[in-house]
Design a protein around this ligand. Structure first.
Ligand SMILES: *[C@@H]1O[C@H](CO)[C@@H](O)[C@H](O)[C@H]1NC(C)=O
Ligand SMILES: *[C@@H]1O[C@H](CO)[C@@H](O)[C@H](O)[C@H]1NC(C)=O
Ligand SMILES: *[C@@H]1O[C@H](CO)[C@@H](O)[C@H](O)[C@H]1NC(C)=O
Ligand SMILES: *[C@@H]1O[C@H](CO)[C@@H](O)[C@H](O)[C@H]1NC(C)=O
Length: 512
């Protein structure tokens, strides 16, 4: 290793807590925490200037039926929500609903973010609902596979219907209160679907970075990762993607050449990756490390594409040509372990399966098991690398990725295509028949491949905003001095849609 981690001041990191799980999940969790911390610091700044903000967030619990579609079952689970009444212009002000996705929500979701800024402007009541079986909204029965049968996007939408009713009663709302929903990533898909399925409940919906099309073999994810690594506008280059490719080829060659002990040492694996499954696990961790950096480019607490490419392409005379790319990848993994404070990298497939099979709720709120369940039963989203456009290893196949569904949940692989097809039939995939749904996506975010990125017919014209150079859910954050012009423009676009919806709703009421 030729670049000491301590000298890497380019990466600003704070450790909030260490959560279990695969590389992909850990990084996402850390970024989520970092976003919350940043928002909290901002709120704290406000508080110090005399605004008592914390007191504006109220939390509560509603008891939801575990199965909305079986009238014989009456058992319930506690579902957490937050409310911020500070900006609400009683009694007729609108309601902004923030929809939680595959992670815990917090009071920050009703206190900070672009939707909160818009709520302030329009005098809206802000409410946020946590998704069933994530965060504190746990199934009292536990997380055994049979208990997970009640975990689905359809049940989650029904939870939102009940929550709408609950809030309406509690705040004495009427037809005069216009509801608008917001969400990002899977939460964004729920926002779009809520409007599509229940147009009488929400008048308009903003869906940020929402993968509304289910896809079993999400090979285009890594295609976009490759393109983004090449994109000079965000600090990438052809050399960068070339060096990444070279590094993976070198790791593969070393593994195939019987040097797995050395590879295990180089990447500080907890165990030597001797079986094929373990080797795939290691390659998949390395791919996740790079892909997640691209997806979350430059977000608080993470590395940027530019920094990654600087590391991966640094010309140094210290190493021979062919060894170089490999060593730079080793270096990258060292940095990751350092940041995550991991003594070694988990690469035993069996150990990872054990983590995913563990039905005890983890104290740190890791919800990898639940999300994999939804991938296996509804969405697919397996980020494979069998296409020529993928810059990683061809050993990351659909077959190896989907084996997990059988190994962890006993769901046969041949059932998966049917699950994914049903989801698209049920929601309409990338071409849903809806109106007043605004799909917002970032150019370098690979998830845009499964979202709506072009404008439709007269009915839903102007439904897509595509942000140049932006990463996953970038538009949802509060405006920041460092935001690009395209991101600012996108937020203005969202604001004008929301303002227009509220105006139209008021006008329709007047005419009624
Ligand atoms: C395996 O290691 C040996 C000894 O270090 C080396 O000569 C050989 O080139 C390596 N093979 C591969 C495929 O990396
Ligand atoms: C490249 O690596 C060398 C050490 O081998 C280091 O001194 C230099 O700062 C690195 N350059 C960049 C741009 O990171
Ligand atoms: C399951 O997870 C819990 C909480 O993270 C942990 O305490 C426990 O040791 C794990 N059980 C097994 C069998 O790994
Ligand atoms: C959709 O149309 C609106 C204007 O109606 C435009 O601002 C926006 O850029 C278009 N989106 C895409 C992805 O072309």
């Amino acid at each position: 290793m030729y670049l000491s981690t301590s000298r890497l001041t380019i990466i600003i990191f704070l450790l909030y807590y260490v959560c279990a799980g695969r590389v992909l999940w850990r990084i996402k969790e850390r970024v989520r925490q970092a976003r919350y911390q940043k928002a909290k610091q901002h709120l704290l700044g406000h508080a110090l200037r005399g605004h008592l903000l914390k007191s504006h967030a109220k939390d509560g619990v509603i008891h939801q039926e575990l199965d909305h579609f079986d009238s014989n079952r009456k058992d319930t689970f506690p579902q957490r929500f937050f409310v911020n009444e500070k900006y609400w212009e009683e009694p007729d002000g609108p309601v902004f609903l923030f929809i939680g996705g595959e992670a815990a929500i917090s009071e920050v979701d009703v206190l900070a973010g672009h939707h909160v800024d818009m709520a302030e402007e329009h005098g809206a009541l802000i409410v946020a609902l946590e998704h069933r079986f994530y965060g504190e909204s746990m199934n009292p029965g536990g997380l055994d596979t049979e208990d997970l049968a009640d975990l689905s996007s359809q049940q989650a939408l029904a939870d939102l219907v009940t929550f709408h009713h609950y809030i309406s009663e509690r705040y004495h709302l009427s037809d005069k209160n216009t509801w608008i929903s917001f969400g990002g990533s899977y939460g964004g898909s729920l926002s779009a679907w809520l409007r599509g399925k229940f147009p009488h409940l929400v008048y308009g919906a903003v869906a940020s970075s929402a993968p509304v099309k289910a896809k079993l073999d999400f090979s285009t994810y890594n295609k976009v990762v490759g393109l983004s690594l090449m994109d000079e506008g965000v600090g990438g280059s052809a050399k960068c993607v070339g060096d990444v490719w070279e590094a993976f080829a070198a790791v593969e060659a070393a593994l195939m050449g019987g040097n797995e002990t050395q590879v295990g040492k180089d990447f500080s694996c907890c165990d030597t990756p001797s079986s094929l499954d373990d080797q795939i696990e290691l390659l998949s961790s390395l791919a996740d490390l790079i892909a997640t950096t691209v997806e979350l480019n430059d977000i608080e607490g993470g590395m940027s594409i530019e920094e990654l490419c600087t590391l991966m392409t640094n010309q140094s005379e210290q190493y021979e040509e062919e060894a170089e790319a490999y060593d730079r990848l080793v270096n990258l993994m060292d940095i990751y372990r350092d940041v995550e404070d991991l003594p070694c990298l988990l690469s035993s497939h069996e150990d990872i399966l054990d983590e995913l099979r563990n039905t005890t709720e983890s104290m740190d709120g890791s919800s990898e098991r639940q999300w994999y369940y939804q991938m296996c039963t509804e969405f697919g989203f397996f980020q494979t690398c069998e296409d020529a456009s993928c810059p990683f290893s061809r050993m990351l196949t659909l077959r190896s990725a989907t084996e997990l569904c059988t190994e962890v949940f006993d769901i046969p692989q041949d059932r998966l295509p049917g699950h994914v097809a049903f989801t698209n039939l049920y929601y309409g995939g990338k071409d849903p028949e809806n109106d007043r749904v605004l799909y917002v996506n970032g150019e370098i975010d690979p998830w845009h491949e499964l979202s709506v990125t072009s404008n439709g017919t007269w009915k839903n014209r102007g439904r897509a905003i595509f942000i140049k150079g932006a990463s996953h859910c970038a538009d949802m954050q509060k405006e920041d001095k460092s935001d690009s012009a395209s991101l600012r423009e996108a937020r203005e676009g969202i604001e004008s849609h929301v303002a227009m919806w509220l105006k139209t709703a008021a006008w329709e009421r007047m005419m009624a």
